[in-house]
Design a protein around this ligand. Structure first.
Ligand code: SF4
Length: 414
């Protein structure tokens, strides 16, 4: 489903950042020392190293949305079982190298729920067998309303999934059509109720704003409808026009226009309605009721190590970052032949790690530590003077004005 990237964001690995962070990312990439490219790389890790956070990429979608820049493929039922076998084979490769005792697991995509109930049972059952789940606190599954059923929801619940991220995007059928989504608003609401009826206590709704032709009134109604359903978490992203997408071409042809002042108004309305309804904005694009922040995403934002499984997935362990092959057939061929699916590996520098931690930390309500910003004391002081940052004990935190300029602030610390 991969809504997060495609709306307003691109990813540094599996992490989602605002588009302006592109500048930072490019600078980071320029500073990277590439350790090796091509299939067969290996993450260096001590056999006793614990990996606490797993990301699993399922690339299949029933339909390809014209704005989406994630790695995804049209669902091909003749390939999915072999693909699931390859995912488990990769998991076993990692289990040979290091202890896998996750506290969070996140199945994203693509559309994980595009797999059949039997395939999900095979795949998740395999994960349960291979992993030590004694410390697991959160297992998230991205779900697309077009591919949800009561049977599937019951199975996910039985196998240990305890958090759902539902890609609603909009409650307006015309906008859903424009986005090329396979569901309508009625199906999205039914899917939400199915998960609730099956006993999921942590359900997040994903929304998009800044869409072509979308009015502030429409967006306000979408937020009000969302609040009325009482989800535990809301992710709200602004559309960006990603290269190599149909929307990018239409934007280049001036069929679609982007107005950052207008987007800022949508952002303000979002904060105002969701906060008034009791959701804390714990990250620029993420809001949660007390006790329902995403532990997995918080781990990313704090710079924790994570292991990615599946085609195109990134892993970061210490200063080593690697990415798997971005082609599910070649990925499966490699893994099932006993080879590593890693396509490229790069060594990060401590400076890059620091810059990433600052940029990601500043997006959160916890901000970045004074110690982390110590080399940039003058810049931090200046942002405080401008009213964009405030100091709270040993942290620097964005003010409401600073949130609207989060990426520009982060760039100053690179
Ligand atoms: S459902 Fe649409 S937005 Fe989500 S990953 Fe598939 S193509 Fe992309």
């Amino acid at each position: 489903m991969a809504q997060k990237q495609t709306r307003s964001r691109f990813r540094i690995d599996n992490i989602v950042l605002d588009k302006k962070s592109n500048v930072m990312s490019e600078r980071m990439n320029n500073n990277r020392a590439t350790a090796g490219d091509g299939v067969g790389g290996k993450l260096t890790a001590s056999p006793t190293e614990l990996v606490r956070h797993l990301y699993v990429h399922i690339p299949f979608c029933a339909r390809i949305c014209p704005y989406c820049a994630f790695y995804k493929e049209l669902l091909d039922r003749s390939q999915t079982q072999r693909f699931c076998e390859a995912m488990l084979a990769e998991l076993r490769q990692h289990a040979r190298d290091r202890e896998l005792v996750p506290s969070t697991i996140y199945f994203g995509g693509g559309t994980p729920t595009a797999l059949t109930t039997a395939q999900l049972e095979f795949l998740l059952g395999g994960f349960r067998e291979e992993l030590d789940l004694s410390g697991l606190i959160e297992w998230t599954m991205e779900a697309n309303p077009g591919s949800v059923s009561a049977n599937k929801a019951a199975l996910l619940k039985r196998l240990g999934v305890n958090r759902i991220s539902l890609g609603v995007q909009s409650w307006d059928d015309e906008l859903l059509k424009l986005l090329g989504r396979e569901h309508n608003a009625k199906q999205a609401e039914e899917s939400f109720r199915i998960f609730r009826d099956e006993g999921f206590h942590s359900v997040s709704i994903d929304l998009m704003f800044g869409l072509p032709g979308q009015t502030l009134d429409q967006w306000q109604r979408t937020l009000e409808k969302t609040v009325a359903l009482e989800p535990d978490h809301v992710s709200s992203y602004c559309l960006t026009y990603e290269e190599d997408t149909d929307f990018f071409l239409r934007h280049a042809r001036r069929e679609f226009r982007q107005d950052s002042d207008e987007d800022a108004k949508f952002f303000e309305v979002t904060m105002s309605i969701l906060q008034a309804a009791g959701y804390e904005q714990y990250e620029i694009s993420n809001y949660a009721r007390p006790g329902f922040q995403s532990a997995h995403n918080k781990a990313y934002w704090s710079g924790a190590d994570y292991l990615g499984i599946g085609p195109s997935a990134f892993s970061t362990i210490g200063l080593t970052r690697s990415q798997n092959i971005c082609d599910f057939r070649r990925y499966a061929d490699a893994v099932l032949a006993g080879k590593s699916p890693i396509a490229s590996t790069e060594q990060l520098t401590p400076e890059i790690k620091r810059a990433e931690k600052i940029a990601l930390g500043l997006r959160t309500c916890d901000g970045a530590s004074v110690e982390l910003l110590e080399p940039f004391a003058n810049e931090a002081r200046e942002f405080v003077r401008l009213g964009l940052l405030r100091r709270a004990r040993d942290r620097f935190i964005l003010t409401p004005e600073g949130k609207a300029l989060a990426d520009s602030v982060a760039e100053a610390f690179v």
